[in-house]
Design a protein around this ligand. Structure first.
Ligand SMILES: [Zn+2]
Length: 498
């Protein structure tokens, strides 16, 4: 089924979008939320389970203190109020990947409330209000076998891996974000991007979106411009890449406009996002609110964080990404636009690490935004995926600064580094890339160039000094680029003019 879509720009002449995001983050704790089971990604199915996370009768959960601490730190980084007393609650529903028949979550007593996060899109700042940050446990994973799409429809049978069941999961919920207009898709993406950066800075999760460490549910609705009432929203589930967050919002805006234009109504439902087509399709209807029969978890004591401890956690927060960007921009003397470039290229952290390893900010930027960006682009990779470390790039800039290699030889050294031949200095050694000194080899190359072009020599000696360039070029060619051009020029001048 193909949805009718309205041109994005046209939608915005008649409708105002309203978005909201619910983001789930798997914490990187060594053990699960309510038991001691390991949380290693990719382990053999059902090898990291016990009676607690399998929901055996009579087993008793114990809350993971490291997970509570991580959640409070996330709340503090988002400017939230931290509860002085709150409880876990049982969210009751029956589904195969929930072995207990309920998920231990938080309901009306979340750990963190009323925060905010500012994001910037095209030079404009949008304040995203955070409604709540709460702690819960992840579900197991269903694997549907035999169908073409991996979905349950058409499958022969289903398998369940409970390794993920009980991994600490933090849910971060925004309030509805109004007045983003045409920027709604980009604001959604910018929010998840910034949130991910904060989680990385806090070190609470690996936030690998491709492994599902961070997944966002994207709520979208439209209201006719001038209307005071928001339309019915849809919830696109588990969008797991930054680019997809933007695409999902854009698609829903265009699809909902077509539905409303036709005089029909938006069905309140969850929707699936399809990476290949960038479209969404209907999931579960939410027309009738599910009654989860929440009630306080009787097997766990309430969480009552000591305010002094919370203050200590607040004081111990690392420098957060927004503050870091301001500091680095000033230290490196960049304009807002230059900084935005670095950030958008995903190069900020790499450049900062390269500078920390000894490179100058301008050299570090030159390599990451120039040669390395080009190679990443050619390989269809992100900069961070290139097999070269900031330390190696810093070494490369040092070799250039010292005159061991010139820019061209440095690029050849980089080839070797990317091919796994070792650090730049090793590659320069192994491939013989060092710039030639005034060796016999260079002297004879200069001799050969002079002997080979008597007409050019005559011009130079007749006063046309710029003709020297042709001789320099001949020597560089003869030495396969390994000579230092300035040295060659000086040697030629001494021989012909000196
Ligand atoms: Zn367990």
């Amino acid at each position: 089924m193909t949805d009718r879509l309205v041109d994005f720009d046209e939608v915005l002449t008649r409708y105002e979008p309203l978005i909201g995001l619910e983001t789930h983050v798997e914490l990187g704790t060594a053990s699960k939320m309510f038991c001691g089971c390991a949380t290693t990604f990719g382990a053999e199915p059902n090898t990291q389970t016990c009676e607690v996370c399998l929901g055996m009768p009579g087993s008793l959960p114990v809350a993971n203190a490291a997970a509570i601490e991580a959640t409070i730190r996330i709340g503090l980084a988002l400017g939230c109020r931290i509860a002085t007393w709150c409880r876990f609650a049982r969210k009751n529903y029956f589904y195969p990947d929930i072995p207990k028949g309920f998920q231990t979550s938080q309901y009306d007593e979340p750990l963190c409330t009323a925060g905010h996060l500012d994001v910037e899109v095209d030079g404009e700042t949008y304040r995203i209000e955070i409604e709540r940050v709460h702690l819960e446990e992840d579900t197991g994973k269903n694997l549907h076998v035999g169908g073409a799409t991996g979905r349950i429809h058409g499958a022969d049978h289903s398998l369940i891996d409970y390794n993920r069941a009980g991994i600490p999961l933090v849910e971060i919920v925004t309030r509805p974000i109004p007045l983003t207009g045409a920027k709604a898709p980009e604001v959604a993406k910018a929010y998840v991007t910034e949130l991910r950066e904060i989680l990385l800075a806090l070190g609470v999760s690996e936030v690998r979106m491709e492994q599902g460490n961070l997944r966002s549910d994207v709520n979208t609705s439209l209201a006719p411009i001038g209307s005071l009432e928001w339309g019915t929203r849809t919830e696109t589930k588990n969008v797991n890449s930054l680019r997809s967050v933007e695409r999902a919002v854009r698609y829903e805006i265009r699809r909902q406009a077509a539905v409303l234009d036709a005089g029909a109504r938006i069905v309140q439902e969850t929707r699936h996002f399809h990476e290949d087509t960038g479209s969404t399709s209907p999931g579960r209807s939410k027309e009738e609110a599910t009654d989860y029969r929440y009630f306080p978890e009787p097997d766990l004591v309430p969480i009552a964080p000591d305010p002094e401890w919370v203050e200590k956690l607040a004081a111990g927060l690392p420098e957060l990404p927004a503050a870091r960007r301001v500091r680095l921009r000033e230290e490196w003397g960049l304009s807002d636009t230059e900084m935005a470039w670095l950030v958008n290229a995903g190069a900020l952290g790499l450049v900062a690490d390269t500078v920390a390893a000894g490179a100058s900010p301008s050299d570090a930027r030159k390599w990451w935004l120039g040669e390395l960006a080009r190679r990443a682009n050619d390989a269809g990779q992100e900069l961070t995926e290139l097999p070269v470390t900031p330390g190696q790039v810093a070494e490369l800039t040092r070799l250039v600064a010292e005159g061991t290699v010139n820019d061209q030889l440095a690029r050849q050294a980089l080839d070797g580094v990317l091919a796994g031949e070792g650090d730049p200095a090793e590659v320069v050694q192994a491939r013989g890339l060092a710039v030639m000194g005034e060796s016999d080899e260079l002297v004879s190359a200069v001799d050969a160039a002079i002997a080979g072009a008597p007409d050019v020599v005559a011009k130079v000696q007749g006063g046309k000094v710029q003709a020297l360039g042709a001789l320099v070029g001949a020597v560089m060619k003869q030495t396969r680029g390994k000579a230092d051009a300035a040295t060659v020029k000086r040697m030629l001048e001494e021989r012909l003019l000196g």
